[in-house]
Design a protein around this ligand. Structure first.
Ligand code: GDG
Length: 727
């Protein structure tokens, strides 16, 4: 049975060393709980760093960790201090974290960090390969391991690999500042499914892939030429019951009682985060200060309890933030506080769950106002904890959670005045309004809790796997290649149908560079000289070009996707009674598009018009293609023409002409006992579709196809043809 392997930077077990003895404690994190209850995967294992650097462990302790973690279903990947400094604090938290949270000025581009990040991702890959079997499902988490999907893909081509990013994916304008942008995107694209919290993040990712790597996306499917990768949205949920039931917990009840006694009727605003610059803590304090200035009548009637959990204290920006927050809290308390009233209670430490849930219960208002946040679980936990549905959530529009919690008081965390007004609005909000808003949000959070989130992601990963199976073409190698060669040798009358661009040559920026080179001409010449061989170059190119390239060879040529056929030693002929008057109507439209779209050009063939956009900015090209298709749709019915999308070209031509019709005609005429057909794009699918079961059809790239086999590139095609030419 396949197993599920979960991979994250940190394992969900806290290991501490007290007086030389190791202690193991299960993390109470939502993800760990959700994954432990997944019934569809009885066999699972979690791999990651155990949280203690090598320097603090001897070999005996490492063995103990391995043995103890096994009981929790975990496998440790040990890392030394240098790696943690450079890969974790360095690249992950000084480069990716600030950039992805829109803090480019905090972003440190350091080659050593990057090298270490690559090494650690590679190390994770090697460790995983010791346990993973072909076909296992793999779920990789977060920004520390963005290169891992592609590293694993190479060794586990038949495994389903999912990747989930817990932080925002920034706009492509920002992302492209990253010097290693291509490697990061290629790394993530090794996955079959890439999950994000919100539609915006997925959109930014798709856009970055398109702009930086040139891969198109349609309905969340990214076509990398070799594979189709799905990107989708899975807004992480919380363990809803844990928070909604917390009120019944004895310790929580006791804590609420103590707090209530202390604060009496005073209104409580709660604020809980890791001390991180992305969480907008200084802005929040300043907004609260401004509120107390604007509305002095609320002084002494409200207190802010601010809990900031120490985080990444080794990183300078975090230390500076700590000073800033200390100073601001001091300023506000000094300015407004008195012997009876403390405006801000500031706790710089982690609190036990009972105290956190106690605070949620007690608070009249939760202020969750990050500058940027992938999701923000505190906002969701606060709503879940309010069993009586009384209380108001003030939520920043730049937290992912704001996409689901629209009934909260939504604010711009940079707008001090708006946040101050939001506090007043929340304090004065009628109870009925609070209840109706919170009930709506609670329903949503209850439905899409953390378990649902995890199973949703894995169901989708399974769906992607099924899709891959349905449209799978086999890679032509080993026994498949051997049987092709055997059949080739045995046969007497062979037909080789070869597309040209992308199949026998690569794609070039300039069309004139696509001319056949000597290697290719030699291969074709050798093949065509073999007894019983009929070699057909079947292309979308025009007659003249094909003549100028191949007229000296003994080949059958098919031009313009089947409009023209030229048998060996004969003239070009067409079987269709085609019209071309329509070109007069369509040409001006296409010319207008050429003028409006820099670097695109128009090619005129006898019976078709082709708009080429290979070198056009990918965004612009995609908009223009849609625009053009819309316009053409108005003409196609009356003029009996259609359009065909090839690789970065849109071809307008008479209906009913395609490579399939031309192929059928040739097969009927020659009756070959061996057929090999090779192509690389949609126009070749017509050819694959008309072939019978014995034929060998090969598509370049691993995409959905009617072909039986695939090869990676035109170079592989040449290798295969060379082998055939040697028999
Ligand atoms: C990343 C993304 C995304 C906080 N203080 C204490 C405490 N907490 C708990 C909260 C909450 C969790 O920590 C914090 O989660 P957030 O989502 O708010 O933020 P990040 O840590 O930055 O998480 C974030 C998340 O991943 C999941 O995908 O939502 O956007 O940045 O559960 O309750 N828990 C205890 N004591 C504390 O003092 N026990």
């Amino acid at each position: 049975m396949n197993k599920l392997i979960i991979i994250s930077n940190r394992l969900p077990i806290n290991i501490t060393k007290v007086e030389g003895k190791l202690h193991f404690e299960k993390s109470v994190g939502g993800l760990a709980t959700a994954l432990s209850s997944l019934r569809a995967f009885p066999k699972k294992v979690w791999m990651g760093w155990p949280g203690i650097v090598d320097e603090e462990l001897n070999e005996i302790e490492k063995t103990e960790i391995i043995t103890e973690l096994k009981k929790f279903g975990c496998i440790p990947i040990f890392l030394n201090q240098e790696k943690i400094d450079k890969y974790y604090y360095g690249f992950s938290n000084k480069t990716i974290w600030p950039l992805f949270h829109y803090f480019p000025l905090y972003t440190d581009y350091n080659q050593e960090y990057w090298e270490s990040y690559k090494e650690v991702n590679k190390r994770f890959c090697n460790e995983i390969l010791k346990f993973a079997k072909q076909g296992d499902d793999i779920w990789i988490h977060d920004y520390h391991l963005m290169l891992l999907p592609n590293l694993l893909r190479e060794y586990l081509p038949d495994s389903s690999i999912g990747f989930f990013l817990h932080i925002p994916f920034p706009s492509s304008e920002l992302f492209r500042q990253l010097p290693y942008r291509k490697e990061i995107l290629e790394g993530m694209l090794g996955a079959d499914l890439i999950g994000f919290h919100t539609y915006d993040y997925a959109g930014h990712f798709n856009e970055s892939v398109r702009r930086i790597l040139g891969y198109e996306h349609v309905f969340s499917q990214i076509n990398t030429n070799e594979r189709v990768v799905y990107s989708d949205i899975f807004p992480i949920g919380i363990n809803y019951n844990k928070y909604s039931r917390a009120k019944k917990n004895k310790r929580t009840k006791r804590i609420v009682g103590i707090f209530r006694k202390k604060f009496k009727d005073r209104k409580i605003i709660v604020s809980i985060d890791r001390l991180d610059y992305s969480k907008g803590i200084p802005n929040r304090i300043e907004a609260y200060e401004y509120f107390l200035e604007l509305y002095p009548e609320y002084r002494e009637k409200v207190s802010l309890i601010m809990c900031a959990v120490p985080s990444r204290t080794q990183v300078d920006t975090y230390t500076q933030l700590k000073y800033k927050v200390d100073e601001l809290v001091g300023r506000v308390n000094g300015k407004f506080g008195n012997i009876h009233w403390t405006p801000i209670y500031y706790l710089y430490r982690s609190l036990p769950f009972e105290e956190i849930s106690g605070l949620y219960n007690l608070a009249d208002i939760a202020m969750v106002t990050p500058i940027r946040d992938g999701m923000n679980l505190v906002a969701k936990e606060f709503i879940a904890a309010k069993t009586d549905a009384k209380g108001v959530l003030i939520l920043s529009e730049s937290a992912g959670a704001s996409q689901e919690l629209g009934e909260a008081v939504i604010v711009n965390s940079h707008d001090k005045r708006e946040m101050a007004e939001a506090i007043k609005k929340a304090l004065e909000m009628p109870i009925e309004k609070q209840i109706s808003s919170n009930r709506l949000m609670q329903e949503r959070l209850k439905r899409y809790d953390i378990s649902r989130w995890a199973s949703d992601f894995l169901d989708r990963l399974n769906f992607v796997k099924e899709q891959r199976e349905i449209f799978k073409t086999t890679y032509l190698a080993g026994k498949f290649e051997e049987s092709l060669i055997e059949d080739y040798i045995k046969s007497k009358q062979r037909m080789l149908l070869l597309d040209y661009d992308g199949t026998l040559v690569g794609f070039y920026d300039k069309p004139e560079l696509a001319m056949p080179d000597n290697e290719l001409l030699n291969i074709i010449e050798k093949l065509s000289a073999q007894k019983g061989n009929s070699i057909v170059i079947i292309s979308g190119r025009d007659r003249n070009t094909m003549d100028s390239w191949f007229s000296k060879l003994n080949l059958t040529l098919v031009a313009e996707h089947g409009v023209w056929i030229k048998d060996i030693g004969k003239d070009w002929k067409t079987l269709h009674h085609l019209k071309r008057e329509w070109k007069k109507e369509i040409t001006p439209i296409l010319e207008l598009f050429v003028d409006r779209t820099p670097l695109s050009f128009l090619e005129e063939k006898d019976y078709s018009l082709v708009w080429h956009y290979r070198n056009v900015n990918t965004n612009l090209a995609s908009n223009r293609v849609n625009e053009l298709k819309n316009i053409l749709a108005n003409f196609t019915v009356n003029l009996n023409i259609g359009f065909l999308e090839g690789n970065k070209v849109l071809e307008i031509k008479n209906l009913g002409i395609n490579k399939g019709a031309a192929t059928t005609r040739m097969i009927r005429k020659q009756k070959p006992d061996f057929i090999l057909s090779v192509g690389d794009d949609l126009t070749d699918e017509d050819m694959f579709a008309v072939l019978d079961a014995n034929a060998y059809s090969i598509r370049i790239g691993n995409e959905k196809s009617k072909a039986k086999f695939h090869l990676k590139s035109y170079k592989d095609v040449r290798v295969l043809l060379k082998k055939l030419g040697d028999y």
